[in-house]
Design a protein around this ligand. Structure first.
Ligand code: SAH
Ligand code: TRP
Length: 325
C-alpha cells in the first residue's frame, strides 16, 4: 500500500494499470463474467456512492449511523483508543461519529483511512485536518485485498473499523483473508469494529439496490466508464442494463450489468470480448448476515465477538471484536 500519494485521478502507475488489465481479463474470461467491485470507485463512483447513501430506499447507512450515534460513545469511553484505522473509508461521514467520541474522551491522536479512491480519500483527509486540528490524518491509498499487512497503528490502543457492510462485497475467502490481516494488526487491547447488513424481508433488500432515481444503476455502469478511461476500452455503458436481485440460497444481493444487444468490446492489451444480448457481467455481491454468521466469520479469522449492537428494527449490526488469545 502507498502512503498519501496525492491527488491523481488517472492511475499514474504502469503497475497498477497492468494489474487492472489482468483482473479485467480474468473476470471477463470467467463464465459467468464478473468484474471486481473496487473498479466502481473513481472520483465519480465515490460521489455516486455518497448519493446512494442518502437515497430513501438505501437504509443501511442511516441504520448504521443510528447505531453509532447511540452506542459508540460507550465503546470509546471504555476503550480510550488513540488511533482509528479505517478500511474503505470513503467520505468519512460516519467516521466523524467515532472521531468525535475519541475527541470527547481526550484520547484522539491519529486517523489512518485506507481506500482505493485516491482523490476522494485526499479530499476527505483535507476536510478532516481542518475540522480536527491536531489530529494526524495519514491516508493510505491501496487495495485492502492485497498481500501487504495493514498499517501498524502509531499509538495504541487502536480501533480498526470496517463499516458500511463493505465486508459483504467480498467473497468468503477474501473476507477471511482480510480479517486475518486485521487480526494480525491488533494488539491485545485494540478492537475491531465491523458493520454488517442483516437478513430481512427480500422486498426491503431488493428496493435498496433498485432505487427509483436510478442512482444505483448509474453507479453500476460507472465501472464500465472507469475501465474505458483507464484501459482505453470501448464499452458502451448505456448499452448495459442494471439488474440487482436477492439470491436466497447464498443470502446475498447480486448486482449485474446486462447487455442490451450483442456487445463487442475491445480492450487494448487485454483482448476482445463478446457479451451476447442478455448476457450479464456480475459486478458485485452484497452478503447479508445474522449473528451466527458474523461470529463464524470472526472466528475463522482468529477473533472473538464482544459486543453485538443493532438498530431497533434489527436491520443492521455493528459489532466489536477482539484478537483471540
Ligand atoms: N465506509 C463508507 C464507504 C463504503 S463504500 C461507508 O460506510 O459509507 C466502500 C468503500 O471501500 C469505497 O470508498 C471504496 O473506494 C472502498 N474500497 C472498495 N474496495 C476496496 C479495496 N479492495 N481496497 C480498498 N478500498 C476499497
Ligand atoms: N457495501 C454496501 C452494500 O453492499 C455498499 C455498496 C457497495 C452498494 N456497492 C453498492 C450499495 C451498490 C448500493 C449499490 O450495500
Amino acid at each position: 500500500m502507498k502512503i498519501d500519494r496525492g491527488t491523481a485521478e488517472r492511475m499514474e502507475d504502469a503497475d497498477e494499470r497492468s494489474a487492472m488489465a489482468r483482473e479485467v481479463r480474468e473476470g471477463l474470461e470467467r463464465a459467468p463474467k464478473e468484474l471486481p467491485p473496487k473498479f466502481f470507485y473513481d472520483h465519480r463512483g465515490s460521489e455516486l456512492f455518497e448519493r446512494i447513501t442518502r437515497l430513501p430506499e438505501y437504509y443501511p447507512t442511516r441504520a448504521e449511523r443510528r447505531i453509532l450515534v447511540e452506542q459508540i460513545p460507550s465503546v470509546i469511553a471504555e476503550l480510550r483508543p488513540r488511533t482509528l484505522v479505517e478500511l474503505g473509508a470513503g467520505s468519512g461521514e460516519k467516521t466523524r461519529l467515532i472521531l468525535d467520541a475519541m475527541r470527547h474522551t481526550g484520547t484522539l491522536e491519529s486517523y489512518v483511512p485506507i481506500d482505493v479512491s485516491a482523490e476522494f480519500l485526499e479530499q476527505s483527509a483535507r476536510r478532516l485536518r481542518t475540522d480536527y486540528p491536531g489530529l494526524r490524518v495519514e491516508p493510505v491509498v491501496g487495495d485492502f485485498l492485497g498481500d501487504d499487512p495493514l498499517p501498524t497503528p502509531r499509538y495504541r490502543p487502536a480501533i480498526v473499523a470496517f463499516l458500511g457492510s463493505t465486508i459483504g462485497n467480498l467473497s468468503t475467502e477474501q473476507s477471511v483473508r482480510l480479517l486475518t490481516h486485521v487480526r494480525e494488526s491488533l494488539a491485545p487491547f485494540d478492537r475491531f469494529l465491523l458493520g454488517v447488513d442483516l437478513r430481512k424481508d427480500v422486498r426491503v433488500l431488493e428496493r435498496a439496490y433498485n432505487d427509483s432515481a436510478g442512482v444505483t444503476a448509474e453507479f453500476n455502469r460507472n465501472m464500465l466508464r472507469v475501465i474505458d478511461r483507464e484501459l482505453g476500452a470501448d464499452f458502451d455503458p448505456d448499452a448495459f442494463e442494471h439488474r440487482a436481485f436477492y439470491d436466497e440460497q447464498h443470502q446475498r444481493i447480486e448486482m449485474h450489468l446486462v447487455a442490451r444487444g450483442d456487445q463487442e468490446v475491445r480492450i487494448p492489451g487485454v483482448g476482445e470480448f463478446v457479451i451476447a444480448d442478455g448476457e450479464s457481467i456480475r459486478t458485485e455481491i452484497s452478503r447479508k448476515y445474522d449473528r451466527r454468521s458474523v461470529e463464524r466469520l470472526l472466528d475463522a479469522a482468529g477473533m472473538g465477538m464482544e459486543r453485538w449492537m443493532t438498530d431497533t428494527k434489527g436491520w443492521f449490526a455493528v459489532v466489536t471484536a477482539v484478537r483471540a488469545p
